[in-house]
Design a protein around this ligand. Structure first.
Ligand SMILES: Cc1ncc(COP(=O)(O)O)c(C=O)c1O
Length: 392
């Protein structure tokens, strides 16, 4: 009997595969602009001081290691609902999940269980959305989001497309810091999008992985809170990987805004079953740290200051990159980068240019030209600018 002899090699993950290739590259001048992870000016990973302090508290409190329930740590969930929705409403069900990816997957699983067949996602979108929803059993269709000629978000085309999506369909929206383009709707655009989605009877599914990386904690939640005020029912997945720098702790959330408390209870019972059959219950540690930060005025304030510093370092690097490229006499005007938010910049570099940067300069980014601005620093900026000017 043959079991594994005929298993075929799967293609490498577009982002994680690149990260592994970067690690294996022996060149000392290599630059990692692929995976969305924050680095300091010294190109080191950052553990926030507020996180370290909360972790000490968790350890000195001597907490047990018993299982959590399927929906996780209640203090964490309640504080997350407050942080995301700025609301305390008994019609919102929330669960702690292992990272934003698990939240997106749970949304897919729940939608499939509800009978959805197709989900509409932006073109382009985070590289993982397609396979997460496909593995959940959904068919994936896209709606226009980006105009490559203008290097801009295309509100008119998006709203027009919404008007022809079948009523009852789920539609995925990036709440802020759209990955990969870095281009977000304005508050007025969001209001128009909310109205169009409501008129068409679609179910918004927010992916909220970068709260605080765009303009601020509350500013970045504008779309979600506006949709809530507009009376939408919705699904939402959030992640604390980036804004708490807790990438490997796997801390995120999954939320369902339902019509009333009774519906929230019924939704809870179904989502708990999906979780139970999947990973049973989420991990303890990251959620304890986040709950401790959010529950303490001092730690929360410290976290907000550190989050603002990360945001400002990234936007300073984005500006320096655009200025460097423009000052270097590039044939392309890189001023469009000033409009982009969050960790990423959609550089517009061709696949050939991206390949050349990797092969000749050891500069790594995905083939769609989306570069992680948080991987730039005064230490590598000039090198990156010069290399891009050459490959252009
Ligand atoms: C848009 C988007 N959604 C979800 C995630 C997943 O976050 P996590 O690492 O917490 O699973 C990411 C991470 O890169 C992302 O960019």
């Amino acid at each position: 009997m043959k079991f594994f002899e005929t298993v075929e090699m799967a293609p490498p993950d577009p982002i994680l595969g690149l990260n592994a290739a970067f690690k294996a590259d022996p060149r000392s001048n290599k630059v990692n602009l692929s995976i969305g992870a924050y680095k300091t000016d010294d190109l080191q990973p950052l553990v926030l001081a507020a996180v370290r302090k909360a972790e000490e508290k968790v350890l000195t409190d001597g907490m047990d290691k018993e299982y959590l329930s399927q929906d996780g740590n209640p203090e964490y969930v309640n504080r997350s609902i407050q942080l995301v929705f700025n609301a305390e409403q008994d019609n919102i069900f929330g669960a702690q999940v292992p990272g934003g990816t698990a939240g997106v997957r749970l949304a897919g699983d729940f939608l499939a269980q509800l009978g959805s067949q197709v989900i509409y996602i932006p073109d382009p979108t985070w590289a993982n959305h397609n396979q997460v929803f496909t593995k959940a059993g959904l068919q994936v269709e896209s709606y226009p989001y980006y105009d490559a000629d203008r290097r801009a978000f295309t509100k008119a085309q998006m709203v027009e497309a919404i008007q022809s999506i079948p009523t009852g369909s789920p539609i995925l929206l990036h709440a802020c810091c759209h990955n990969p383009t870095g281009l977000d709707p304005t508050p007025d655009d969001w209001k128009e999008i909310s109205t169009a989605i409501k008129a068409q009877g679609l179910l918004p599914v927010f992916d909220f992985a970068y709260q605080g990386f765009g303009h601020g904690i509350d500013e970045d939640a504008m779309a979600v809170r506006h949709f809530l005020a507009d009376g939408h029912q919705m699904l939402l997945a959030n992640s604390y990987s980036k804004n708490f720098g807790l990438y490997g702790e796997r801390a995120g959330g999954f939320y369902v805004v339902t019509p009333d408390r009774a519906a929230a209870e019924r939704v809870k019972s179904q989502v708990m079953r999906i979780i139970r059959a999947n990973y049973s219950n989420p991990p303890l540690h990251g959620a304890r740290i986040i709950a401790a930060v959010l529950a303490s005025d001092t730690l929360r304030q410290e976290w907000e200051v550190e989050l603002a510093a990360m945001r400002e370092r990234i936007s300073g690097m984005r500006k320096a990159l655009a200025e460097g490229l423009n000052a270097g006499g590039s044939s392309v005007d890189f001023s469009f980068m000033y409009r982009q938010n969050g960790m990423f910049s959609y550089s517009g570099l061709s696949k050939a240019a991206v390949d050349q940067l990797r092969e000749e300069y050891a500069i790594y980014m995905p083939t769609n030209g989306r570069l992680n601005v948080a991987g730039l620093s005064p230490k590598n900026l000039d090198y990156v600018v010069e290399a891009i000017l050459v490959v252009l």
